[in-house]
Design a protein around this ligand. Structure first.
Ligand SMILES: NC(=O)c1ccc[n+]([C@@H]2O[C@H](COP(=O)([O-])OP(=O)(O)OC[C@H]3O[C@@H](n4cnc5c(N)ncnc54)[C@H](OP(=O)(O)O)[C@@H]3O)[C@@H](O)[C@H]2O)c1
Length: 425
């Protein structure tokens, strides 16, 4: 008997959509019957593409009664949200790579999916080609995960790796990354940490089985990281990476954030360079596990999207309730901790007058703000008689550190607060 073909529709035929289309050609049980794009006249480098199935009206895909799975590979909140909502109401299952939509409107689309007994899979949305969603939902389901630390953005990891290797400044490496196509013309979404924040919102929601709202995720990008910070961090045994992290405290409150971080050169994440992504999970009974691999790109991302399509296709017609372990019902919201109430260790770089009493002044300001100093190093006395001073603190309250920074800015001994970067503990 001939195997039933599952008819699917693609919305988006850009980087990811093209990879998905080409990869699906090897699967005879899947037939792409309609593809929506923005510009039908754009030249596409896809051999064998039947232009008769290409439309510039995505509603033709979501309203097509033949289509059982819709792949949304456009990105952004609208029209993606309305297209997915319409498709779900029309009884279609969804595969999406859209991290922004999941972070901002995830709760709504998962509720609509449940109301219509349909599934939404999104392996590609977080860490591209790295399998992380399916493992958390299935083989790691027996764990209580209490900590996630991850490198989730290839562009920023590429920039920081280059700054580290070449001793180059951020702006110079950004320009080079843009020329090579690793960074977009408007890099804001990557370098200001939005992309990683979208991903950690969803990852933390899954890991803690409580919905994290995107507004509660603290976010700081890499634009203020200087070549001098890289060098100082290296001298102290650290690398600087943009780390997306999520952890829960003893009261079950979630601390979810994205910011540059000094991480020990010995840690696994310190060895994740260039555009590679990695996700480290800590929980019981697994202990500690790290998955790493390509976080983006045409084919790595297609690998995740196609895996999701095949998982749904394998179940269609076999059950009335597909993939129960892959469904999302995290309607209980997580209580989140404000960054000001968190405790952290800090790297602080100050430019100070090369006068007697400077170190004493720094020590006094720290002590007045309940901050203990782990180490203090003075370097680079310049011709104008100023020096860079690097301070590593012990663990202290963020609120106290912010007050100390205000005091340093007012101090007659300090010319400038160069940098404040949190240190992994
Ligand atoms: N690129 C990656 O490596 C990667 C990795 C993981 C996740 N993702 C996610 O995957 C999604 C797609 O990313 P991408 O890099 O493939 O983007 P892209 O290259 O910019 O492609 C977007 C596609 O969507 C089409 N499109 C835009 N507006 C549309 C509309 N209103 N109706 C129908 N089609 C429309 C575009 O049509 P035209 O071709 O006619 O312009 C294009 O084919 C995003 O959510 C992204 O965050 C990407």
């Amino acid at each position: 008997m001939e195997e039933k073909k599952i008819k699917i529709g693609l919305i988006g035929l850009g980087t990811v959509g093209s990879g998905v289309y080409k990869t699906l050609e090897a699967f005879k049980n899947i037939e792409v019957v309609k593809i929506a794009v923005k510009n039908k006249n754009k030249k596409r480098n896809i051999p064998g593409l039947d232009e008769n199935i290409v439309t510039d009206n995505a509603y033709e895909v979501v309203n097509d009664p033949e289509i059982e799975i819709v792949c949304e590979l456009v990105g952004g909140v609208e029209p993606a949200f309305d297209l997915i909502k319409t498709a779900l109401k029309n009884g279609k299952h969804i595969v999406t790579a859209n991290k922004e939509l999941l972070a901002k409107r995830g709760e709504e689309i998962f509720n609509i999916a449940e109301e219509n007994n349909r599934v939404i899979l999104y392996e590609a949305a977080i860490a591209g080609g790295i399998p992380i969603i399916m493992p958390i939902k299935t083989i790691l389901a027996g764990n209580k995960i209490n900590k996630v630390e991850a490198i989730l953005n290839g562009t920023t990891n590429y920039i920081l790796t280059k700054m580290d290797m070449q001793g180059a400044q951020y702006q110079d490496v950004l320009k080079e990354a843009q020329e090579l196509g690793y960074a977009e013309t408007d890099p804001t979404g990557d370098v200001e940490g939005f992309d990683a924040a979208y991903k950690i919102t969803t990852l933390a929601t899954l890991a803690f089985k409580k919905r994290i709202s995107f507004e509660n995720v603290y976010r700081e990008g890499i634009t203020k990281v200087r070549a001098e910070d890289m060098k100082a961090a290296n001298d102290l045994g650290y690398k600087i990476k943009l780390i997306a992290s999520a952890k829960t405290d003893e009261k079950g409150r979630a601390d979810v954030r994205v910011h540059p971080m000094l991480i020990s050169k010995d840690s696994t994440l310190a060895h994740i360079d260039y555009v590679t992504n990695a996700v480290s999970l800590t929980g019981h009974p697994i202990g500690h596990i790290t998955l790493s691999g390509p976080g983006a790109g045409e084919f790595p991302t297609a690998s995740s999207v196609v895996g999701d399509i095949l998982a749904i296709a394998a179940e269609i017609g076999t059950t009335d309730y597909l993939l129960p372990m892959m469904r999302c019902r995290h309607d209980n919201p997580a209580e989140c901790i404000n960054i000001l109430d968190t405790e952290n260790k800090y790297y602080l770089s100050l430019n100070a007058k090369n006068n007697k009493g400077v170190i004493g002044n720094i020590g006094s300001i720290c002590a007045e703000n309940n901050i203990s100093v782990e180490s203090i190093v003075q370097k680079n006395v310049s011709q104008n008689n100023t020096a860079d001073i690097t301070v590593i603190t012990e663990i202290c309250l963020e609120k106290d550190m912010q007050n100390a920074v205000k005091a340093f800015e007012k101090s007659e001994f300090i010319n400038n607060v160069n940098s404040l970067i949190r240190v992994q503990v």
